[in-house]
Design a protein. Structure first.
Length: 382
């Protein structure tokens, strides 16, 4: 930003202004999309701009990465063609080691991790909300990485980030947090001690259900970070420039979207708790949620836009999902439109997700309309 104020800017301002990037020739307020896949060499055979080839060099990508790094309080950030490409790059960057990962986490990554020994790593799945279990799973000198996802998808259990980092670091292990659900609006894992933070930018960071993207941000530029960069280059996991442009555009409203979605989710959770057909509401913002105190300490300004409800049976859950009119029956989350999903149907074998659970991704609609729609759908159970 040319005329950046002298005082520190809030996340909301940084995101809304996209760090103030402007196109230098015309001074266009909105940056153009750089589509070139190659760049001209200097007459002396050098590349004085530093831009060489499109699988690693692109200004639109650099712009969105600079913003994500700033929002996460990171040294640097790297974008990827998907959240899975970002997450798997972290595991693949390590020399063969032992990794400790959550039992409750994004199911696609969990399935991939079950086959992790194929890549030379040993893996232990653990209840990350149970600190004693985490402590006994970490083996000093042997464990190379602890993976956190909090709140965890789709049960929304909470991990104490600082406590896990303290223990992992004493044992010589790195800690990486998948922070897709809270986003930097509600949680900054690097400030709490994590070494790396990962996002499926497909979700809240982009926020409009029209880009598949991933990101990793790092506390420091070191050998691990350079190996992650190498993996992105060699495996070809680079994000397309058009998607990077859309992501930058989506990020401008991140704070407004996540704050609103989080308030609406809290309101719905409180009301659904009192509904006779709802057996349980899983939401860390509820006072009786087992992780509420930790979440209140480590999350700022809300508990997220995701919640789940349990309805007593698979048939009841699927029937209610079939009755909604405003909520959309679809997978994924973090967009402007509210989504409802019978999670067990997609998670498949070995999932800790109960059969009677519906996952709700709260969008930007009026929460009163969302509640009314759920009420009319739940009527079939009362
Ligand atoms: N992490 C979390 C928490 C997710 O929910 C997802 C996808 O649903 C991913 C990572 C993977 O991201 P992507 O679908 O962008 O590859």
């Amino acid at each position: 930003m040319d005329d950046r104020p002298f005082f520190p800017l809030s996340l909301r301002t940084l995101a809304a202004t996209a760090l103030g990037v402007a196109e230098p020739t015309t001074r266009a307020l909105t940056p153009p999309i750089h589509m070139a896949t190659t760049y001209i060499r200097d007459a002396d055979n050098g590349y004085s701009t530093g831009f060489i080839y499109g699988r690693q060099d692109n200004l639109t990508i650099h712009q969105v990465e600079a913003l994500i790094a700033e929002l996460e309080h990171a040294s640097e950030a790297m974008t990827f063609g998907s959240g899975m490409a970002a997450a798997t790059a972290v595991f693949l960057s390590l020399a063969p080691t032992h990794v400790v990962v959550p039992k409750v986490m994004y199911w696609g990554l969990r399935q991939w991790l079950r086959a992790l020994p194929r890549y030379g790593h040993q893996v232990t799945f653990v209840d990350m909300s149970d600190l004693d279990a985490v402590r006994s799973a970490i083996v000093p000198g042997r464990t190379g990485l602890v993976w956190i996802e909090t709140p965890s998808n789709p049960l929304w259990t909470i991990t104490d980030i600082e406590a896990v980092c303290e223990h992992a670091h004493l044992a010589g292990a790195l800690v990486c947090a998948d922070s897709t659900v809270p986003t930097p609006v509600l949680s900054r894992p690097l400030d709490l001690g994590c070494d790396l933070v990962v996002h499926s930018a497909t979700k809240y960071l982009n926020g409009h259900s029209d880009v598949v993207a991933g990101a990793v941000a790092t506390a420091r530029v070191d050998a691990t970070w350079e190996r992650i960069r190498e993996i992105r280059f060699n495996h070809g996991g680079f994000l397309g420039p058009f998607d990077a442009y859309l992501l930058l555009r989506g990020l401008r409203t991140l704070d407004l979207r996540v704050t609103t979605q989080s308030h609406s989710a809290a309101l719905l959770a409180e009301r659904l708790l009192r509904h006779p057909a709802v057996r349980a509401v899983l939401y860390p913002g509820l006072a009786d949620h087992p992780g509420h105190a930790v979440a209140a300490r480590q999350m700022t300004g809300g508990f997220g836009g995701m919640l789940s409800i349990r309805l007593g049976s698979r048939a009841a859950a699927i029937a209610v999902a079939g009755e909604v009119r405003l909520w959309r029956r679809a997978t994924s989350f973090g967009g402007t439109e509210s989504l409802i999903e019978h999670r067990a149907s997609i998670e498949g074998e070995g999932s800790p997700c109960p059969d009677d659970l519906l996952r709700l991704s709260v969008g930007l609609e009026d929460p009163e309309d969302l509640y009314r729609d759920l009420l009319q759908a739940l009527r079939i159970l009362t």
